[in-house]
Write a protein that binds this ligand. Structure first.
Ligand SMILES: Cc1ncc(COP(=O)(O)O)c(C=O)c1O
Length: 482
């Protein structure tokens, strides 16, 4: 019933396991039927008993067979059942909903072009953390897989991050850093530490949708402040501070999502002054800042962390698998954040921190970033040409970064476009999703790494042309969906 191939590179235990799986699935070993004993099968196949034990252990772990002590191993009832809808997956039709979008970004359906995604395609990052680095990290860890991670983060890792921030123009001491699970976790820790239901928080409009959703979940009142190519609208900021006495302002300084714009130094100086005058704490999001070559002003650098909590992440630029990020803040703020981290997750995984430490120590980080930045600039050029030819308009183009923020032609129904694109396996996110007040509904965010695929520009061109033609002939009741 089972045959093994000794010339094959596949280990003998795997060969036995695979064939037994099939026999159970095909009900040759129907539920309740006894399998040969370990000794019997080992002698029949002329392999060691240990080889059979390995195969049987895996089948037990998979729930295909069961061990009845000294009576032996028995086949279990097949678990194959008609596929059930995934209870926690959100439904199609929620395409523009923040949680749905976050779910798609991390649970990608094959064939869907994530044209508005906030992340890089896996192929752009897959060499960034070689397997040898993971092995080295484990070897250099204090106790291998028994290692613990101090809740503030490994000291040598925080020193590496401090150096990295220093080279980006932000002077910080390793003692003022806290590691976390990426930007999402940093936002969560800040919310839990400094906000409560009923508080008022200023957010950028447009801005980062998942952060809006996180704040709303806690019953926080959001006051949107217009974000322009130069930074926040200072008059709106001041008026909002006077009128609402907000507790906190969340803002991105460099390569803002969704627009790709960076704030000018002059704008940031004014933002800091206003925030200081009204006692507003600033949470500075620099998750996209790694994509910006060279130095650029950050609030953290200008303020020396006085009234500013800064956070960034390695999830986008290095490894979504590691999910590591960091927060820098003044000691009295950092202490509160660390208490919250301990309450919510105790600590971050030592293995991830050792891996990140190895990557940063190896010194390839800068080269990796430069490679990514070059690829992004190339992709931007391609996208701008293709998408403009397709009919998109880009009023203010940044020079670098992942995002393009453009408007669709007049007469195109945004909702129909978003739905139709999704049916054609293109995920586009409309501007209203990035607005706490549903503004910017003529805008789309494009991620240049994905959007350079001609499939997208051809799709948009075809749709925009059809609509324009229909408008010319005055077609009534025209539907976008042909
Ligand atoms: C502006 C901004 N902040 C925070 C995050 C979350 O970052 P992470 O993936 O590190 O959790 C994102 C992710 O898209 C983002 O765009």
């Amino acid at each position: 019933m089972i045959s093994i191939d000794r010339t094959s590179a596949i280990p003998l235990s795997n060969q036995i396991e695979t064939q037994l799986r099939q026999l159970v699935r095909d009900r040759i070993f129907a539920a309740g039927v006894k399998l040969p004993s370990i000794r019997q099968l080992a002698s029949q196949l002329a392999v060691s008993t240990n080889t059979v034990v390995v195969a049987y252990d895996r089948l037990v772990a998979a729930g295909l067979i069961d061990s009845h002590g000294t009576s032996g191993f028995f086949a279990c009832a097949s678990k194959d059942s008609p596929s059930m809808p995934d209870a926690v997956a959100l439904e199609a039709g929620e395409e523009q909903e923040p949680i749905w979008l976050a779910q798609q970004a991390n649970d990608q359906r094959s064939g869907v072009l994530l044209a508005s995604s906030g992340a890089l395609p896996p192929t752009w990052l897959q060499d960034a953390v070689p397997a040898s680095v993971v092995q080295r990290a484990l070897a250099h860890s204090s106790a291998g897989m028994a290692s613990r991670c101090p809740p503030q983060g490994l000291q040598p890792l925080r020193e590496q991050i401090a150096m990295l921030m220093h080279s980006a123009g932000i002077a910080v001491d390793a003692g003022h850093l806290l590691t976390c699970f990426g930007g999402t976790h940093a936002i969560d820790l800040i919310c839990r530490s400094f906000l409560q239901a009923g508080d008022t928080v200023l957010v950028e409009d447009p801005g980062y949708f998942l952060m809006f959703s996180r704040l709303l979940q806690d019953g926080i009142r959001l006051i949107p402040i217009r974000r322009g190519p130069d930074g926040l609208d200072l008059d709106e900021l001041e008026l909002a501070c006077q009128e609402y006495r907000p507790r906190l302002l969340f803002m991105q300084t460099a390569l803002h999502s969704p627009t790709g714009w960076s704030s000018s130094s002059a704008n940031l100086h004014r933002v800091l002054n206003v925030a200081k005058q009204y006692g507003v704490l600033i949470a500075e999001d620099d998750v996209h800042g790694h994509f910006l070559p060279g130095h650029s002003t950050r609030l953290a650098a200008l303020s020396g962390f006085d009234g500013v909590i800064y956070y960034s992440s390695f999830c986008k630029v290095l490894s979504p698998a590691l999910r590591m990020g960091y927060i820098a803040a003044a000691p009295h703020h950092l202490k509160i954040l660390m208490r919250t981290k301990i309450h919510s997750v105790m600590t971050t995984p030592a293995l991830n921190e050792y891996v990140l430490l190895e990557v940063l120590k190896a010194g390839n980080w800068r080269k990796h970033l430069e490679r990514l930045q070059r690829k992004i600039i190339q992709a931007r050029t391609t996208c701008i040409t293709q998408l403009s030819e397709a009919g998109m308009a880009f009023e203010h183009l940044g020079e670098v970064g992942l995002f393009l923020w453009g408007t669709i032609p007049d007469g195109v129904d945004m909702q129909l476009l978003l739905q139709d694109a999704y049916r054609n396996k293109i995920l586009l996110v409309g501007g209203a999703t990035f607005s706490a007040q549903q503004h910017h509904d003529r805008y789309l965010r494009f991620n240049v790494a994905f959007s350079q695929q001609t499939r997208l520009s051809e799709y948009l061109q075809q749709r925009f042309t059809t609509i324009a033609q229909a408008q010319q002939v005055g077609a009534k009741g025209f539907s976008l969906i042909n």
